[in-house]
Structure formats: C-alpha cells, structure tokens
Ligand binder design. Structure first.
Ligand SMILES: NC(=O)c1ccc[n+]([C@@H]2O[C@H](COP(=O)([O-])OP(=O)(O)OC[C@H]3O[C@@H](n4cnc5c(N)ncnc54)[C@H](OP(=O)(O)O)[C@@H]3O)[C@@H](O)[C@H]2O)c1
Length: 306
C-alpha cells in the first residue's frame, strides 16, 4: 500500500512554513491515505465475504440433492452417507437394522446434516418394495443412488476360504439378492425420478478371477460391475452417470473383526466416502461406465484388484 502514497506530494512541502500551502498539502495527503485505507478495508471485507462464500459453496454443493445410500448402517455405506451429507445432500439411509441406521442418522444430524431412516430387508422382495414405496412417498426426485449393501459375512462367520459346495443355499441366494438383485431393482425404481446429471454408484470389490472361498460374493460383485457398465450405456441419453467403486480391503468394523492381522495395510472407509462425493461432483460430469479400484497408498485406477 505504501507504494501508492504519492511521496512527492509529502516531500514537496516539507519544511514549507507557509501554513496555507502546508495545510493544503497535509489535507491532500490525508485524503489520499483515507482513500487508500477505505479501499483496502472494502477489499478485505469483500475477500472475506468471498472466502466464506467459497467454503460454504463447496460444502453445500449437494444442497437440495436427495441421495439414497443402502448399507448405510455400518462401514463403507455409513462413511459414504456421512460424506455426502457433509456436502449438503439429504440422505435416505436404507437398510435392515434400525438401531444402527439411527446411529448413522445421529452422526449426520449432529454435524448439521439431514437424513431419514428407511427400513427394508433386501433378501425379501416385498420388504424391498415397501422401502422403495416409503422413499417415493418422501421424495419425487432422487439425485443419487449408492448401492453399498452386500454380503461377505454372516453374524459370526466370514464367507472366505469355504468350499463352494459347503455354502448354505440360503447364503448363496441372499448374497445374490442383496448384492445384485436389490441394486438392479433400486435402480429400476429410482431412474424415473432421476434428473439429468443424476448418479448411480455401485460398490463392488473383488479380483478379476475371484478367489477361492468367495464364490457367491465374487459372482454378485462381477454382476454389479456388469450392471454398472450396462446401465451406464442404457442411461447415456438421459444424462445419468453410472460408475462403480471397487474398494480394496477396507477398515470397517466387520473387516476388523475378521481380518485384524491386516488392519495396518487397509484403506479407511472415509476415503471411499470422499471418492463417492467426487463421482457426484461436477468434476466427474463426463465419467460413466467405469469401475475404480481404491487401494491404500495408490491413486484410484480402473479395473480389478491386483
Ligand atoms: N470392508 C471391505 O474390505 C470391503 C472391500 C470391498 C468391498 N466391500 C463391500 O462394501 C460393502 C460394505 O461392506 P462393509 O465392510 O462396510 O460391511 P458391513 O459393515 O457388513 O456392511 C454391509 C451392509 O450391508 C447391509 N445388509 C446386509 N444384508 C442386508 C439385507 N438383507 N438387507 C439390507 N441390507 C443388508 C448391512 O446392513 P445391516 O447392518 O442392517 O445388516 C450393512 O449395512 C459390501 O458390499 C462389501 O462387499 C467391502
């Protein structure tokens, strides 16, 4: 700012005893300073305002957006719901267990977000349809659908390292129902409510050729990746973007329970949440039909786990 002060003006009248000229000079210097300080104050005020606007703007990028997140009672689904809510979206927390979904709701509302719980057991068609009907009563617009619910463990058993023949039939059916049929039917139900620019994000998470002991899971995840690619093509004309996130091992409570020995090597669920937010953002407006692997310490890449 000092550079702007006209130094000659000050210099010229220093030592000049003629009081009229001196007063005139002092008055002009004062006016110049006044103008400079007023301009600087206004500038600072405007910048502060813009910065607040910018922060608020980026945090509220999803204001007035309605997002359905399945499997949001725990783990990856909960993390995605929380991150989308932080951006201002209203979250329909869709899942099976009321107390856990209410816990997610309180984690969102405590931070000023908005969410509501919608109950449904995805292994039962009538229960899934009831959940869809309840969500449709709440909204006539669904901007975002995130299919997270999936089965890779039971109450006290992880479905890994099992011979295929030893899987109970019901577990196979449930794994397909929750991991593939429900996402298909949820997309089918909500696409008519989706505006141009709507997003569907599916959660996958497997190796290209599966792994021994994970067969129903592998098939459900291959299926959801194909659903992603097929829907993306199908919905191009409507401007609805469909992508999948394929998390590598992720430090959810369920993962910690069954694989505590690997916990130092796995990704934080929050990272999956943030990537879901990115896929919903304007920066991802031209991304559709992709499957992105997220792995600790690596940049997201397309394809399969290595
Ligand atoms: N953790 C990982 O390392 C990892 C890696 C790759 C992919 N993934 C995938 O990420 C997703 C979440 O995994 P997570 O680790 O967060 O496990 P999780 O905590 O067990 O989450 C599974 C979610 O699916 C819901 N769900 C299960 N059965 C259901 C049913 N019958 N009806 C409705 N919802 C049902 C669960 O709801 P309830 O709580 O009500 O049972 C829960 O919210 C899964 O699709 C999983 O395959 C996980």
């Amino acid at each position: 700012m000092r550079k702007v002060v006209p130094p000659k003006l000050v210099w010229k009248y220093i030592g000049d005893e003629s009081s009229e000229k001196r007063k005139e000079s002092e008055e002009r210097v004062r006016q110049v300073y006044d103008r400079i300080f007023t301009a600087a104050r206004e500038n600072m005020r405007q910048r502060k305002h813009q910065e607040i606007g910018k922060i608020k703007g980026s945090n509220m990028k999803m204001k007035n957006k309605f997002a359905v997140v399945t499997g949001s009672s725990t783990g990856i689904g909960q993390a995605i719901a929380i991150e989308l809510a932080k951006k201002g979206a209203f979250i329909a927390l869709a899942g099976r267990t009321q107390d856990k979904l209410l816990k997610t709701k309180s984690l969102i509302t405590e931070n000023g977000g908005q969410a509501e719980v919608f109950l449904g057991d995805f292994t039962k068609l009538d229960s899934l349809e009831a959940l869809i009907a309840l969500i449709k009563q709440k909204t006539d617009k669904v901007d975002v659908l995130v299919n997270v619910a999936g089965i890779w463990h039971g109450e006290d058993e992880v479905y890994a390292g099992k011979d295929f023949e030893s899987f109970p039939k019901q577990v196979i059916l449930d794994t397909y129902a929750v991991g593939l049929t429900a996402p298909t039917l949820l997309a089918h139900a909500f696409i008519p409510l989706m505006p141009k620019g709507g997003r569907i994000i599916n959660i996958s998470g497997t190796f290209e050729n599966g792994a021994k002991g994970w067969l129903p899971y592998f098939v459900s995840k291959k299926g959801i990746e194909d659903l992603t690619i097929g829907l993306a093509e199908e919905l191009k004309d409507k401007g609805i973007l469909v992508n999948a996130i394929s998390p590598s091992d992720t430090a959810t409570d369920a993962y910690k329970k069954y694989f505590p020995q690997y916990i130092g090597e796995v990704i934080d669920p929050k990272e999956i949440g943030k990537y879901a937010v990115y896929l919903c953002s304007e920066e991802a407006n031209d991304i559709t039909g992709k499957v992105f692997v997220l792995k600790k310490g690596k940049e997201p890449y397309e394809g399969y786990h290595t």
